[in-house]
Design a protein around this ligand. Structure first.
Ligand code: NAD
Ligand code: UDP
Ligand code: UDP
Length: 343
């Protein structure tokens, strides 16, 4: 594994004849798969905001039209209801491939569908990239490191993953997606980028997706106890979504293939996270202990020196600043839900 895949040789393309955007850059047509989801919709906002054309492909498994409804009517925005497990023909310059259920509750709901999305969905998007000469970015995950024996995790670590566990449809699925991505690069010369995303939070997260930040925030707003799984001493590192979006764009536009860890190195136990939520939302919030789930990684923290050095990227928003930025969105949606039930 000594070969260096970190530098791609082909220049950034942009089709001749496209409308110029700003100085020295032409408008691009960009596909975002999973663009109606949490991360995808924020990415789409950024791409539309800088003047590009965006096509979202989403099957609405976990994504919602509400996340992109503010873009309806914008002539540079298009939304296609489509499952990436099926082939699709489009003409585009770049592909951000995010489509995949991301929270444990969702990806375990139909594990076979999750692995099909990761394998066949990624294959189709790579086939598309190959046919039209588009640059392809895969959103992989810190879960490729499994329950890590190295801490913090560097991109060179090969991971400690259970191939037959309940999480395998997701983590082995993403590992295969990374493999396919590198094979299309080596075999077919497709320009590729790989991001390994660590736990991310922010507005538009699914309210009931079972992830720890959305659970604690929703529970504190609803005046329910925050559910801490296990002893609460396991750790995670939480990144605010705008930092991630900046990292994904820097990776796509840069010259390096990766993989790159994109995450916030600030590390918290679940009990510490509960404290931050309590301070932010409701000082009287309580916690309740519940049994932990199978194969839960004990700790997770990215080493981001590679992204800092090669992409000139690092997260800017610490947990205590980012959490308040999602509370209003959660309050409004919980209020709407409650009103819906009452009517
Ligand atoms: P999300 O569930 O909000 O978004 C995923 C989107 O993909 C949804 O809109 C969903 O409807 C769509 N989708 C799922 N299967 C599809 C299919 N077969 N065809 C078409 N669309 C499909 O999740 P997210 O948090 O926005 O995650 C986006 C990506 O980032 C995922 O690939 C995920 O694995 C990766 N990631 C996220 C995190 C995180 O903390 N949020 C961490 C690591 C990796
Ligand atoms: N594919 C697609 N859109 C395209 C080109 C390809 O969805 O524009 C799909 C295609 O149906 C195939 C996959 O991508 O299932 C891989 O394509 P590739 O050309 O690499 O492989 P092949 O079709 O030769 O098996
Ligand atoms: N967790 C928790 N309470 C919850 C949901 C999750 O204590 O209500 C814990 C979970 O056991 C895990 C951590 O929070 O140790 C992160 O879980 P999440 O599902 O958010 O993400 P992932 O396991 O994919 O990192």
């Amino acid at each position: 594994h000594t070969q260096d895949f970190s530098v791609s040789t082909k220049p950034l393309h942009g089709k001749p004849g496209r409308v110029p955007v700003g100085i020295g850059r032409r408008r691009m047509r960009i596909v975002v798969t999973g663009g109606a989801g949490f991360v995808g919709s924020h990415l789409v906002d950024k791409l539309i905001g800088r003047g590009d054309e965006v096509i979202v492909i989403d099957n609405f498994f976990t994504g919602r039209k509400e996340n992109v409804v503010h873009l309806f009517g914008n002539p540079r925005f298009e939304l296609i209801r489509h499952d990436v497990v099926e082939p699709i023909l489009l003409e585009v310059d770049q592909i951000y491939h995010l489509a995949c259920p991301a929270s444990p509750v969702h990806y375990k709901y139909n594990p076979v569908k999750t692995i099909k999305t990761n394998v066949m969905g990624t294959l189709n998007m790579l086939g598309l990239a190959k046919r039209v000469g588009a640059r392809f970015l895969l959103t992989s995950t810190s879960e490729v490191y499994g329950d890590p024996l190295q801490h913090p995790q560097k991109e060179t670590y090969w991971g400690n993953v259970n191939p037959i566990g309940e999480r395998s449809c997701y983590d082995e699925g993403k590992r295969t997606a990374e493999t396919l991505t590198m094979d299309y690069h080596r075999g077919d010369g497709v320009e590729v980028r790989i991001a390994r995303i660590f736990n991310t939070y922010g507005p538009r997260m699914c309210l009931d997706d079972g992830r720890v930040v959305s659970n604690f925030v929703a529970q504190a707003i609803r005046k329910q106890p925050m559910t801490v799984y296990g002893d609460g001493k396991q750790t995670r590192s939480f990144q605010f979504v705008s930092d991630l979006v900046d990292g994904l764009v820097a990776l796509m536009e840069g010259e390096h293939i990766g993989p790159f860890n994109l995450g916030n190195p600030g590390e918290f136990t679940m009990l510490e996270l509960a404290e931050v939520v309590k301070d932010t939302i409701d000082p009287s919030a309580t916690i309740e202990y519940k049994p932990n789930t199978a194969d839960d990684p004990h700790m997770r923290k990215p080493d981001i020196s590679k992204a800092k050095e090669l992409l000139n990227w690092e997260p800017k928003i610490p947990l205590r600043e980012g959490l308040p930025l999602m509370v209003n969105d959660f309050r409004n949606r919980i209020l709407n839900e409650d009103e819906g039930k009452g009517s």
